[in-house]
Each structure stands twice: as structure tokens, then as C-alpha cells.
Design a protein around this ligand. Structure first.
Ligand SMILES: Cc1ncc(COP(=O)(O)O)c(C=O)c1O
Length: 396
């Protein structure tokens, strides 16, 4: 059999750091240990039944057995526009300012191909969601990191960027509520972002994957709520987290019409559109009762409180996240993010994601996904408390 070598571009893709984590977890499990896996970001709850039912009914309709219209059914784009008006008070033209996506990840990887040429500069949050890097590598563009520092509440400081970088940058990724830090942004920050983007002619892509998950009654802010946001950018909203639909692959881009047109154009070449029944089910999710979302957010908040309070009680100096379903925990003195994650996995059988996997500024932290029951989270705290580090007088 011939062995065909991958293209240069394929070889330039970043290594999948989290594949290593998965194999480490599998190894410990294979040794017979019961691992509490808090290392990944896969929602643990099922899709609400009314959405599943909408899919089942729609799957029986012959219209959905054909190719769907290239850019998605108009009813879905209208539902998206209604959802944004209802949830965020933002008005958009469903025909020109909405693009249907095969999950947020697909959109995030497509955008660099749409507007960048080889060598162009992209501003990327560090730490940040690693899939931004993949699209940038495929476009042969260059990343410039925007450090997210604890002292700035994990928001980038645009003034700290070198004038040369700001001038060259064509695209910027942002993400609040933030993966991995759990930080949130307010509308003032987005106003400053719009001002900076206008000044330097930068396209802003706000990844709003955790747009429904804000704690203590604080609803996350949409980038499009900032005046002028549509002039400079778009937002990517996925149904994966809000409605536990990660396996369904449905999301959308919303905002600046030139970017929306470019996304639609590249997708005309790559795909037809989503299975019509998924489009009908997405409408049911966006337009029917949102009680399931309220319940989900309360559940994450309760898990957050249980876990963070538990860790504070055993002497670990940690802060509670403001949104998303992640907690971002400073590692104890003397450890790197990777050596501490290894210690938790091998000695406590608790898997967490080392911060370095999200960028150099993730060093010194681990990310915990609150994606298991409160009982299991309590048990994780219990196991961690038994580590010598926490059980002796040597508290961190
Ligand atoms: C920050 C962030 N953006 C985007 C995504 C992608 O979501 P999906 O492709 O399921 O829409 C995720 C998923 O984990 C995420 O954490």
C-alpha cells in the first residue's frame, strides 16, 4: 500500500494538546481506577425533550430528506433574529446578517480562510480556545497573543499591544464568558473593543459559546450590544452549550454583513446546509420555552458553589468563575500546570486540563469542567483533600 504524505498545510496544524490528556486518562482508567474526568468540555446533560421531539417529527417530513437550501432555511434565520432581539435586544436582518454554521468550531476555523492572506496578523487571546489556532494555521496567517491576566480580570489590554502589531492586525478573536478562565466581559469592554477595532481596521470575532451561562443573575453581554459592533465584527453563537446540543452541530454567525457574505460563500463551496430536521429542531430550541436554559444555568451555578466552596475549605486559594462551566484554578506553589494535573490524575484520579494547553499565559493554572454531578464534584474535593499537599499544614 502506498503511504501518502500530508500536505505542508496539514503538517503546519498545531498539535492537539488535548489528545495527550485523553490518552493519559485512558491509561489510568485501564489500570482499573475510577477517574473523575473534569478535563473536558462536553456537556453531561441530555438535550431537552421538546427539542428531540421536534427533530423526530421533522425527520419524517420528505422535504427534509432533500438537499436543504444552500444558506439554510429562511425560517431558521428568522428564528435566530427573533432570538437575538428577545435575548439581547439586538436587531439584525435575517437574510444578510445571519449565517448558519455546522457548529461554532466550523465557523471559527472558516473565518480566517475568508478574510486573511498568508502572513496576515491575527490577535488571539492567551490563554484561549485552541481551535482559533487551527483556522489561522490553515490560512497561513500569524498569531499575536493578547495576554489575559488575572489583574485585568482576564480581559486583554489593547494599550499593551505594540503599535506595530495593532496596525498590522486584520482579525481578532475574543470569547466571553471565557474558556478557559470563566471570566465575563461588560458592555464597556466591548465599546472599547469597537473603538480599537475601528481605529486599526480590525475584524472582531466574538465567540459567544457560553452566551447563556452567567452566574449570580448576571446575563452574559453580547458583543453586538455595543454600539457600532456590527460595523467591525460578528458574533458566533452555538446551540451546543445553551441547549446541550453539542452532538447536533448547529450554530450561527451574526453581525457584519460583509463577513456573513464571505462565510456563506465559503460554505457554498464546502457544503450544502444542515439536515433540515436539525434546522427545525434548532428553531424549537430558540423559540420555545427557555425554562430548560434557566434550569441548566442554576445547575451549573450550584455545582460551581459546591466545588469552589469545597476547595476553599480544604485550603486551596481559588476564585469562583463568573460564567461558562469552567473553573480556572491557580496551581499550588512548586508545580507547573502539567505536573499538578499529572499529580491530580495519578494520585487523586481526578483529571483536569493543564493551563499550558491554552497558551503560555495559561501556565500556573488548571481548568476544571463542572460537567459532572455535585456528588462527584464533592468526591473530587474529598480525594484532593487527601493529597499530602492539602492534608498537611503546607496549605497553598
Ligand atoms: C470557547 C469555545 N468556542 C467554541 C466551541 C465550539 O462549540 P461547537 O463547535 O460545539 O459549537 C467551544 C466548545 O467547546 C468552546 O469552548
Amino acid at each position: 500500500m502506498n503511504e501518502f504524505s500530508p500536505s505542508k498545510i496539514l503538517k503546519s496544524l498545531p498539535t492537539q494538546f488535548f489528545a495527550t490528556l485523553v490518552s493519559k486518562v485512558e491509561k489510568v482508567k485501564a489500570e482499573g481506577h475510577d477517574v473523575i474526568n473534569l478535563g473536558q468540555g462536553n456537556p453531561d446533560q441530555p438535550t431537552p425533550p421538546h427539542i428531540v421531539k421536534a427533530l423526530q417529527e421533522a425527520a419524517e417530513k420528505p422535504v427534509n430528506h432533500k438537499y436543504s437550501p444552500f444558506r439554510g432555511f429562511p425560517y431558521l434565520k428568522e428564528a435566530i433574529a427573533d432570538f437575538y432581539k428577545r435575548e439581547f435586544g439586538v436587531s439584525v436582518d435575517p437574510n444578510k446578517e445571519v449565517a448558519v454554521l455546522f457548529g461554532g468550531k466550523a465557523g471559527l476555523v472558516e473565518i480566517p480562510q475568508c478574510i486573511l492572506d498568508p502572513g496576515d496578523v491575527v490577535l488571539v487571546p492567551d490563554p484561549g480556545y485552541p481551535d482559533y489556532w487551527s483556522g489561522i494555521a490553515l490560512a497561513q496567517a500569524n498569531m499575536k497573543m493578547m495576554p489575559l491576566k488575572e489583574e485585568n480580570r482576564f480581559l486583554p489590554d489593547f494599550n499593551a499591544l505594540s503599535p506595530d502589531v495593532s496596525e498590522k492586525a486584520k482579525l481578532m478573536f475574543l470569547n466571553y464568558p471565557n474558556n478557559p478562565t470563566g471570566a465575563t466581559a461588560n458592555v464597556e469592554f466591548f465599546h472599547d473593543t469597537v473603538t480599537f477595532a475601528k481605529q486599526h481596521n480590525i475584524c472582531v470575532v466574538h465567540d459567544f459559546a457560553y452566551g447563556a451561562i452567567g452566574f449570580e443573575g448576571k446575563k452574559p453581554v453580547s458583543f453586538l450590544q455595543a454600539e457600532g459592533a456590527k460595523d467591525v465584527g460578528i458574533e458566533i453563537y452555538t446551540l451546543s452549550k445553551t441547549y446541550n446540543m453539542a452532538g447536533w452541530r448547529v450554530a450561527f454567525a451574526i453581525g457584519n454583513r460583509s463577513i456573513i457574505e464571505h462565510i456563506n460563500l465559503i460554505q457554498d463551496h464546502l457544503y450544502v446546509s444542515l439536515f433540515g430536521a436539525v434546522q427545525e429542531a434548532a428553531c424549537a430550541a430558540l423559540l420555545q420555552s427557555q425554562d430548560c436554559v434557566d434550569k441548566l444555568v442554576s445547575m451549573y451555578e450550584s455545582r460551581r458553589n459546591t466545588f469552589i466552596n469545597g476547595l476553599q475549605e480544604i485550603g486551596w486559594d481559588v476564585d469562583a468563575p463568573q460564567g461558562s462551566f469552567f473553573a480556572w484554578l491557580k496551581v499550588p506553589y512548586g508545580y507547573t500546570s502539567e505536573s499538578f494535573a499529572d499529580l491530580l490524575l495519578t494520585k487523586a484520579h481526578v483529571a483536569v486540563a493543564p493551563g499550558i494547553g491554552f497558551g503560555n499565559n495559561g501556565e500556573g493554572f488548571v481548568r476544571v469542567g463542572l460537567l459532572t454531578s455535585e456528588e462527584r464534584l464533592k468526591e473530587a474535593v474529598e480525594r484532593i483533600s487527601k493529597l499530602e499537599l492539602f492534608s498537611s499544614s503546607h496549605k497553598c
